[in-house]
Structure formats: structure tokens, C-alpha cells
Design a protein around this ligand. Structure first.
Ligand code: NAD
Ligand code: 6OH
Length: 492
């Protein structure tokens, strides 16, 4: 056990200063259960201070700042993240247990890329304009100008903490808003480091505020129900999205929700076999399966079912589960032991329902401090009915259920038979079929022969329980700004 009194204290950042909150809670490393930091929780008063500081910033110089000034600031923040790259990697990996190699390849570079992408975009974002013929035969010009929404609340989850926070923060800043962020209570470290980067980059006081704490009955709820918040952007569980929507209803705050998924992959017999196993293997197990886009339902054309199951089993068993800091580690722990308990409860239910556990299904044993961590084995299930909870619920672990199909229409129907609708992937070399099937997917994102291949200009979001709205590129700019249409009569 670590000496908690020696742990660093992660504080809130309000109006340009680091401040303590009311109570403290532990920040735990899920690789071995040690307390790595203490975190000070923002109560209702501090949340209110943060919203007041943000409002002051919007009403002040920042609210009148120009696009070039804001874009320059965003580039500076990107550079600030890169200058402290290793600290971010360590913070992200220690909080989540994800391999440092993964944080170095994905989370931290994407954080910097998010700022650059929206700095580029805001500089070139077009305005809409129309010449309008008037009833008296004259002409009017209609054009829309972009204004900040005001004070934006950002609430983020623990799986890709910095990536998802900056994905929302960068366009919100680009559009001239002031922001109050609440990261997940499980992963407070990278957001705290980001507050230092923001301060050092010269972000004006009150423009970026960070409050730490929990959701219901705590910081998150105080924030989303605060009457002076204009918009709430949230990534997390569908259930939480519904609670947040309720809190936003009285003030009619606008919302953008990126929520859970139970994503299908459809593997046709003509797929490129090695590529499919390599890339869909990531699509099932990356980040220990804790990516909202991961495939938890895999439908395989019957003639290659046996091959697929044994090849994916080999892939799962080849993944090196280890200490996050070791270079060759491919799989870290889950986020926490309570989350592992949830994942293991699905493994137990699968067994009770008569599933075949092709591989995994349990907890690895290390004989060292990792046995106090939240590790779980990568797991493949077969033989469950489509109606079973293991096939309908988002498990959010390194696990998938594999089922056969005989006809394309059957695969499409099974893939779409869900309340979620975030991402689908299709694996085939038949280009006509790829287009045909992709268009039938009832999701926000369809990948063909790839997975999690991102272009930050594209629409990103889900249907059904997977979300409300789209972010990415112009979709983000449209959420984080208000358009004021100006109609000016030109002649007469
Ligand atoms: P979560 O919903 O439990 O928590 C997310 C955030 O919401 C945390 O900061 C939490 O403190 C806060 N929160 C909880 N209750 C709240 C309330 N009543 N009011 C205000 N804030 C509240 O999600 P999680 O467990 O941290 O993350 C995992 C989930 O996120 C999975 O369902 C996953 O699919 C989803 N996710 C979706 C996307 C996407 O883009 N669609 C991306 C990443 C994660
Ligand atoms: C979910 O866990 C991953 C979300 C990814 C993004 O929001 C993104 O922009 O790539």
C-alpha cells in the first residue's frame, strides 16, 4: 500500500487559479490498486464560482476575440501538450492502467491533433450567404454570423480521458466559448495537467475551468443543473445521458451526447483474413475493450466460422497482459475492480446460459502486485441466443460474442437488432457488397475493412441509445456556436 499522505493533491482550476474543494477522494491506479493521488472535490459553491468566472470571460474580451487569436492559442496549447508529452502519457496510463505504449500512440497525440484540427477549421469555416429576391422585386442579402454559445459544460468518461476531453474542448474554445470541465472521478490527472498547459499557453482567466468530483449528487450534477450553463456536451453511459438530459430540461440547455454502444462487426467469407484478424482484434480488445466503438458482437459467414473463432482465439491468447509501463504490454487492467466485477458478472451469466467460453472468462494470476489490480482475460464467447443479456448489453470489457450467419440480409438484421447504434464494421473484399451493407447499418459510423480510423472533419456520433447529435468538423462548430442570420435589404 502506498503512503496516502505522500500522494500529490489534484486540485480544481477556477478563474486561472488552482483551488481546493470541500472533500478529498482517492485516485487509484487499477494496475495494482495503489493510491497515486488525492483529488479535491468541487462542491456546489466552487462549481458556481467556476460558472461565474466562465460567464465573466464570455462577457469580457474573450467573448469578443477574433478567430485568428483563438486559432493561435489552440496551436500553442497543442505545442504545450507535446512539450509535456511524457508527463501526459504517464498521467493517463497511471490513472487508467492503459499501456503507456498505447497512450503514446493514441491518446496524447490525438489530444494535440484535436487542437490543431479545430484551429485549422475555424480559420477556414465558411459563412452561409444567400441573395434573396424580395416581393417588391428588389434584392436582400442573407448571411449568418457565428457567435459563441456562452458557457459550455463538458463532462467526460474514464476510458480515453484526454482524447475525449480535448475533442470537445478544442472546438468549444475555437468558437469563443468559456468552459467548465468535469472529468471522470476515476481519471482526474490528465485534465489537471492540461489546466497547467492552458494557463502556461496564456488562456485568459475564466475561459477554462476544471472541477473535480463525482456525478449524481456531486460536482457533475451541480454543473449540468446550473442555470447559467448554456450547453452541455457529454460522453459516457446512455443511462447517465438520460439523467443529464433531465437536468438540462428546465433551462432548455442544448445537449450533445456521445453514449454507449453494442457494436456489430460483420465478417464475410471473402474478407482478407489476416487483415481482419489483426484489425478486428484491435476492434475487440484495444484499451482492454474499453472503447465505445469496440465490437462486442461479431457475425461471421458460416463457411469461415471455425477458422475465425480459432484465429481470433489465437489472437486473444497472444496479447501480452502486463504492467502498463512495460514497452511490450498490449493489454492493461480494466478501469477499476468494481468495473471488473461487472464484466465478470457477464462471464458468469454467459456460462449459466450455456455459452461456450472459447478463451478467457476469468482473471489472470501474476503472483505480484498486479493481483491487487483490475485485470481480466480477453474473452470470446459463442453459442448464446441473440436475446441474451451478454449479446444485448454493453459490457465494456475485452470480450465479444461470435455468431454465424448464412445470408447477407440475415447479418444486416442481426447487426441492427439493438437499441444502440454507434459504430459497425464490415469485413469483405466485395466492393459492391461493402457499399450495400454499409448503407443499411443503423449507426452513426461504419468502417469497412478498418476500425477506429479517424478523420476529425467527419461526423461522429450515434443513433438510438448511442447518442444525440454529431460532433466532428463543421458539426462541432455548429454545436459550439450560435448562428445569427442577418437579412439586409440592399436596394430600394
Ligand atoms: P459514466 O456515464 O458513468 O460517467 C461519465 C461522466 O459522467 C463522469 O464524469 C461522471 O462523473 C459523470 N456523471 C455521472 N452521473 C452524472 C450526473 N447525474 N450528472 C452529471 N454528470 C454525471 O460513464 P463512464 O463509465 O465514465 O464511461 C464509460 C461509458 O462511456 C460507456 O458506456 C461508453 O460506451 C461510453 N463512451 C461513449 C463514447 C462515444 O463517443 N459514444 C466515448 C467514450 C465512452
Ligand atoms: C469512445 O470510447 C471513443 C470515442 C472516440 C472519439 O470521440 C473520437 O473522436 O475519436
Amino acid at each position: 500500500m502506498s503512503d496516502v499522505s505522500q500522494s500529490p493533491l489534484l486540485r480544481n482550476f477556477v478563474d486561472g487559479r488552482f483551488v481546493s474543494g470541500e472533500r478529498e477522494f482517492d485516485d487509484v491506479n487499477p494496475a495494482d490498486g495503489t493510491v497515486i493521488a488525492r483529488v479535491t472535490e468541487a462542491g456546489a459553491q466552487l462549481v458556481n464560482d467556476a460558472v461565474i468566472a466562465a460567464r465573466k470571460a464570455v462577457l469580457g474580451e474573450w467573448g469578443r476575440s477574433g478567430v485568428r487569436q483563438r486559432a493561435a492559442l489552440l496551436y500553442k496549447i497543442a505545442e504545450g501538450i507535446e512539450a509535456r508529452f511524457d508527463e501526459f502519457v504517464r498521467a493517463e496510463s497511471d490513472d487508467t492502467g492503459k499501456p503507456r505504449a498505447l497512450a503514446s500512440r493514441l491518446d496524447v497525440p490525438r489530444a494535440a491533433a484535436n487542437f490543431r484540427a479545430f484551429a485549422d477549421l475555424i480559420k477556414t469555416a465558411p459563412l452561409e450567404a444567400f441573395d434573396t429576391e424580395t416581393p417588391d422585386g428588389k434584392l436582400a442579402l442573407n448571411y449568418a454570423v457565428r457567435k459563441p454559445v456562452g458557457v459550455v459544460a463538458i463532462i467526460t468518461p474514464w476510458n480515453l480521458p484526454l482524447l475525449l476531453l480535448t475533442w470537445k474542448l478544442a472546438p468549444a474554445l475555437a468558437c469563443g466559448n468559456a468552459i467548465v470541465v468535469k472529468p471522470s472521478e476515476e481519471t482526474p490527472a490528465s485534465a489537471t495537467l492540461l489546466a497547467e498547459v492552458m494557463r502556461d499557453a496564456g488562456v485568459p482567466n475564466g475561459v477554462f475551468n476544471l472541477v473535480h468530483g463525482f456525478g449524481e449528487g456531486s460536482t457533475g450534477e451541480y454543473l449540468v443543473s446550473h442555470p447559467d450553463i448554456n450547453a452541455v456536451t457529454f460522453t459516457g453511459e446512455s443511462r447517465t445521458g438520460s439523467a443529464i438530459m433531465k437536468a438540462c430540461a428546465p433551462g432548455l440547455k442544448s445537449v450533445s451526447f456521445e453514449l454507449g454502444g453494442k457494436n456489430p462487426a460483420i465478417v464475410f467469407a471473402d474478407c482478407d483474413r489476416d487483415e481482419t484478424i489483426a484489425q478486428l482484434g484491435d476492434g475487440i480488445f484495444l484499451n482492454t475493450g474499453q472503447v465505445c466503438l469496440c465490437a462486442e458482437r461479431v457475425y461471421v459467414e458460416r463457411p469461415i466460422l471455425e477458422w475465425f473463432v480459432s484465429a481470433m482465439k489465437r489472437k486473444a491468447e497472444s496479447l501480452k497482459i502486463g504492467w502498463p509501463a512495460e514497452n511490450d504490454t498490449q493489454l492493461g487492467p480494466l478501469i477499476s475492480t468494481p468495473h471488473r466485477e461487472k464484466v465478470l458478472s457477464y462471464f458468469r451469466m454467459a456460462r449459466e446460459l450455456g455459452a461456450t467460453i472459447v478463451t478467457g472468462g476469468g482473471v489472470p494470476e501474476f503472483g505480484d502486485a498486479r493481483d491487487h489490480g483490475a485485470y481480466v482475460q480477453p474473452t470470446i464467447l459463442t453459442g448464446l441466443p441473440e436475446s441474451s443479456c451478454c449479446v444485448t448489453d454493453e459490457i465494456f470489457g475485452p470480450v465479444c460474442h461470435v455468431a454465424p450467419f448464412d445470408a447477407e440480409e440475415q447479418a444486416v438484421a442481426m447487426a441492427n437488432d439493438t437499441k444502440y447504434g454507434l459504430a459497425a464494421s464490415i469485413w469483405t473484399n466485395d466492393v459492391k457488397r461493402a457499399h450495400r451493407v454499409a448503407r443499411q447499418m443503423n449507426v452513426g459510423i461504419t468502417w469497412v475493412n478498418c476500425w477506429f480510423l479517424r478523420d476529425l472533419r467527419t461526423p461522429f456520433g450515434g443513433v438510438g441509445l448511442s447518442g444525440i447529435g454529431r460532433e466532428g468538423g463543421m458539426h462541432s462548430l455548429n454545436f459550439y456556436s450560435e448562428l445569427n442570420n442577418i437579412c439586409i435589404k440592399i436596394s430600394g
